[in-house]
Design a protein around this ligand. Structure first.
Ligand code: CTP
Ligand code: MG
Length: 235
């Protein structure tokens, strides 16, 4: 079964602070996006990678892909992204040629995902799940709150979900292609992940074990962690 990967990389990275778009910032001297592309292309099942570039950065992303060694067996396509992650993923899906039955969606901001996690997601889709997400148990207890009366003030807690049943979900998320396309065509609510759109269709999404190194680079401290993980890998 041929697998394609869409990598949304069009975000600015506001929470990381001022600088280049997040996907183009470097880790160990190499742009985060290149790490993410390599992580997905490392899977032997992945024959196509669609990179969704910052809206004005498609040419720059193309030349980055040309400048870095990537597997020959994989094809690469670059398209410009949109205002939201959801729009960017849709633009990536629109660029998919026919012939791939499984589609992965992977954040460029998760540059260090191990190939075993990628393969585990693909395997679960192959075995028949329409949507698969890697997830990990939470270390912190989670509270649901109501908005504070004044901004920055105390927030009343309304519920404490049972922690053992919660999972923090990562990417790549894997889908039966037709299911993901239908979700992106029919679901208009704002969601924070692609699997959430498939849930809106009434289908069951399954969680497989994620990996600590698939964490998302979101805030400055995450860059420190990512550099440390890379340095440890290079030992
Ligand atoms: N993304 C995208 N298009 C957007 C917004 C986000 O392709 N309009 C991508 C990001 O490039 C990232 C992934 O979606 O790889 C996950 O989003 P996030 O971590 O929130 O990245 P940013 O939106 O760039 O960061 P921030 O929210 O801090 O601005
Ligand atoms: Mg964002």
């Amino acid at each position: 079964v041929r697998t394609a990967a869409v990598i949304p990389a069009a975000g600015r990275g506001v929470r990381l602070g001022p600088g280049a778009p997040k996907a183009l910032r470097t880790l160990g001297g190499t742009p985060m996006l290149i790490h993410a592309v390599r992580a997905l292309a490392a899977s032997r099942s992945v024959s196509l990678v669609v990179v969704v570039a910052p809206p004005d950065g498609a040419a720059e992303v193309k030349s980055l892909l040309d400048a870095h060694a990537l597997p020959d067996r994989t094809d690469f396509v670059v398209v410009p992204g949109g205002e939201t992650r959801q729009e960017s993923v849709k633009l990536g899906l629109d660029a998919l040629p026919p012939g791939h039955d499984i589609v992965l969606v992977h954040d460029a901001a998760r540059p260090l995902v191990p190939v075993d996690t990628v393969d585990a997601v693909i395997e679960a889709v192959r075995e028949g799940a329409p949507a698969v997400v890697p997830g990990l148990p939470l270390a912190d207890t989670v509270k649901e709150v109501e908005p504070a009366a004044v901004p920055g003030g105390p927030e009343p807690v309304v519920a404490t979900p049972e922690r053992a049943r919660l999972r923090a979900v990562q990417t790549p998320q894997g889908f039966d292609r037709a299911t993901l396309l239908r979700a992106h065509e029919t679901v208009t609510d704002e969601v924070t992940d692609d699997a959430g759109m498939v849930e809106r269709l009434g289908l069951t999404v399954v969680v497989v074990p994620g990996h600590e190194e698939a964490f998302k680079v979101t805030r400055p401290l995450d860059l420190v962690l990512a550099e440390a993980v890379l340095a440890r890998r290079r030992l």
